[in-house]
Design a protein around this ligand. Structure first.
Ligand code: NAG
Ligand code: NAG
Ligand code: NAG
Ligand code: NAG
Ligand code: NAG
Ligand code: NAG
Ligand code: NAG
Ligand code: NAG
Length: 369
């Protein structure tokens, strides 16, 4: 057995040593070897063996990071700017009530309108796993893709892509705004994209290949650079969960599930490579990555090993009566057999809130470590 395999097994063993309100021990960020990959097109398309090995190794953990002076700690974060799609959105209206001590996420009333039938991970991070008073500006928008010119949302032109969230909303509203006095060190930028980009470009899978991932991550990189130029220094990146295991994929029947899984893997690989590269290009950034794919896989395989998800009894299908959300956190419809919060999937693509609770708790642990 090679040393590499041995190390991988040790990591796996550690990752499995969990029970109840458990966590995965965050691994230290391995500072990358010197080099400037961004100017080398091969970097994107055929990552070097060193980089592959690094990412593969690192993939076993939930986090990789580099700390800088701008990161004073989770307890010192006062402003959270969230970018994402329906997994992130609380339906915040940027022109409506602003975040304030009595309403840390502004509008609509807590937990907002989410895709998980309860509070989502941004809600949990802001009001449950926070260690300070946080004002959260959640620009996430249901159906959003990274850049409509690469993969269209498919849900109409009102949908705000990552590009719109950055350029039309964030830069326009929250930069040079004395009412929102965020700084490099009192703010955290969370970014969670790729689900819609993948499901929308994969569905007509005939024409699909990894070059779209290349374009997507390149656009993603450009948008993060715009945030950086505006002063953002602390980032949390989340990769794409295994939506190849969602009821939406399974019910179509004709989608090659393992091909979708590889496509997600390819996107996530590029995203990891982007973060690796970002650390090289901007050495004054603090970067956290959250391996959403790993966490979802663990829970879907065995939800009972974690306190937050131990209530799940059905991890494979959703119940139609619950698909558009329910009246209470524990609503029960006889046609579903069990209450809504005992289903992992609320509908064809979205998990219910216990999974978001778990995500929030694990993200906070990484941020506080
Ligand atoms: C890395 O390459 C990019 C693109 O060619 C260039 O703009 C940048 O200055 C290079 N950075 C370093 C540190 O050499
Ligand atoms: C960070 O937060 C802690 C606890 O609230 C506080 O004691 C400390 O002064 C803060 N550090 C800075 C640099 O603001
Ligand atoms: C957002 O709030 C503004 C101001 O109250 C309102 O005019 C607008 O219709 C709202 N937008 C949505 C999508 O609800
Ligand atoms: C966390 O946020 C909630 C809601 O804003 C607030 O009531 C609570 O005091 C915060 N916790 C800490 C430790 O500051
Ligand atoms: C913010 O203000 C600075 C200094 O005046 C200016 O250079 C920068 O372009 C402004 N940024 C935005 C996004 O308006
Ligand atoms: C990948 O897809 C793009 C866009 O459909 C196409 O232009 C390109 O030729 C394809 N590449 C390969 C290697 O199939
Ligand atoms: C999961 O829920 C669906 C929809 O109610 C049901 O058809 C299926 O039998 C359930 N699966 C398990 C393992 O309970
Ligand atoms: C949920 O909403 C969709 C779209 O509006 C609709 O087709 C479906 O019937 C709704 N399901 C339930 C249980 O109300």
């Amino acid at each position: 057995m090679s040393l590499f395999m041995l190390l991988a097994l040790v990591f796996l063993a550690r990752a499995l040593q969990v029970s109840g309100q458990s966590t995965f021990e965050p691994q230290p960020y391995c500072h990358p070897v010197s080099g400037n990959f961004s100017s080398n097109p091969d970097y994107w398309l055929h990552a070097t063996p060193v980089l592959r090995a690094h990412w593969w190794f690192d993939y076993a953990s939930l986090v990789r990071r580099q700390y800088t002076d701008y990161w004073i700690g989770w307890k010192n974060i006062s402003y959270l700017f969230a970018f994402g799609d329906s997994y992130t959105s609380t339906s915040f209206n940027i022109s409506g009530e602003k975040p304030s001590p009595s309403s840390p996420l502004g509008n609509p009333p807590y937990p907002g309108s989410t895709s998980c039938d309860g509070p989502n991970y941004i809600d949990f991070l802001t009001t449950t796993y926070n260690q300070s008073y946080i004002q959260a500006y959640n620009l996430g928008y249901g159906g959003a893709t990274i850049d409509d010119s690469i993969v269209k949302s498919g849900f109409g032109s009102a949908v705000q892509s990552f590009q719109n969230q950055v350029e039309l909303e964030f830069l326009h509203t929250y930069v040079n705004n004395s009412e929102v006095p965020w700084t490099a060190s009192n703010s955290l930028f969370t970014i969670f994209f790729g689900i819609n980009d993948i499901t929308n470009s994969f569905a007509p899978f005939a024409s699909h290949n990894d070059s779209v991932n290349y374009e997507l991550v390149k656009a993603y990189e450009g948008l993060v650079d715009e945030l950086y130029a505006a002063g953002a220094r602390n980032f949390l990146f989340m990769n794409v969960p295994p939506v190849d295991r969602s009821p939406g994929t399974l019910e179509v029947g004709t989608i090659d599930q393992s091909a979708e899984a590889s496509f997600i893997g390819a996107f996530n690989f590029r995203l990891g490579a982007f973060v690796y590269n970002l650390a090289l290009r901007h050495t004054d950034t603090t970067l956290f990555t959250f391996d959403t794919n790993f966490l979802f896989t663990k829970v879907l395989d065995d939800p009972w090993q974690f306190g937050e998800t131990a209530g799940y009894l059905n991890t494979t299908e959703y119940c139609a009566a619950y698909e558009n959300g329910t009246k209470s956190l524990t609503s029960f419809d006889p046609s579903c057999g069990i209450p809504v919060n005992q289903y992992f999937w609320l509908n064809s693509l979205h998990p219910t809130y216990p999974m978001h609770n778990f995500m929030g708790s694990q993200i906070a642990k990484i941020l506080s470590a």
